[in-house]
Design a protein around this ligand. Sequence first.
Ligand code: S3P
Length: 166
Amino acid sequence: MIVLIGFMGAGKTTIGALLATAIDRPFIDLDRLVENSAGCTIAQIFSRWGEADFRRREFEALQHLPAGWNGVLAVGGGAPMHPEAQLVLNSATVIYLQTSLDHVIARLGNDPSRPMLRNKNLEELFNARSVIYGALADITIWVEDITPDQIVTNLKSLLANLKPTD
Ligand code: S3P
């Protein structure tokens, strides 16, 4: 399984779907699985039941992926913070889509569908998460000033060059 991680607004869903097509594998967006099983949006989950409930649903969705599933998975920006999720990621090929916080803010503004953007300490959150993303990644790719198609082309060759133990 290939897992795309990175902060909100890095383009995980867009790049994940394109990459999956390019390497002929299925694509799943974990946030959509959570929304489908909850029957409401992520913003509604946060406002009705809070962040902890969302995190529980997010991890549950990750755990319920079919055993041996070998597609491309995009996970929300907070998913890799869960220590048990990190165990799942350890057995996957992890791609970190790296951006600056300025890029995120310019791209998303105050997007109401992303409750974590209203976090009071967004910069702190960004910095703390960036360290974890970097530590989990087999491949880190900078995604500013480059088109999604170019990112996918670069990722294909980076994936082909990964050693089997990576
Ligand atoms: C979150 C990121 C969102 C979504 C939820 C929480 C976060 O996904 O999972 O709103 O904690 O950063 P994206 O990273 O796809 O925006």
